[in-house]
Design a protein around this ligand. Structure first.
Ligand code: 5GP
Ligand code: ZN
Length: 112
């Protein structure tokens, strides 16, 4: 798998930085967010490095669809199947790690 220099999530995927794994298959890795914003907050990432969701959609739309399926399966296992799926894209949207990641937020009822 391609590893971008100095990419935090590439290092997590490679096992060079520890993470709390939730799911893994050939193309995809999911782990708990270190600073959870919901009762269950999981990050789902392609093992291959793409900077953001637009690059992923352009270069590997099947992987983007797969990430949505993995998110559903995490929400089914952790809760009742309801979840929020968020891709912060760009600095002004709050993207801090430039390896595309889906935030899966679940485990509770959101009021807004
Ligand atoms: P962004 O702000 O780029 O959309 O999301 C980056 C997310 O990565 C944040 O929610 C942040 O808490 C999480 N994060 C940053 N560093 C680490 C880390 O070393 N381990 C884990 N598990 N999550 C991290
Ligand atoms: Zn990366």
């Amino acid at each position: 798998m391609s590893e971008a220099n100095d990419c935090l999530f590439c290092k997590i995927i490679a096992g060079d930085i520890p993470s709390s794994k939730v799911y893994e298959d050939e193309t995809t890795y999911a782990f708990k967010d270190i600073n959870p914003k919901a009762k269950v907050h999981v990050l789902v990432v392609p093992k291959k490095h793409y900077a953001n969701v637009s690059e992923l959609a352009k270069d590997d739309p099947a992987e983007l669809a797969h990430i949505a399926e993995v998110a559903q399966s995490i929400a089914n296992d952790a809760y009742n199947g309801s979840f929020r799926l968020v891709f912060n894209t760009g600095l002004d949207a709050g993207q801090t790690v430039f390896h595309v990641h889906a935030h899966v937020l679940t485990g509770e009822k959101f009021d807004e």
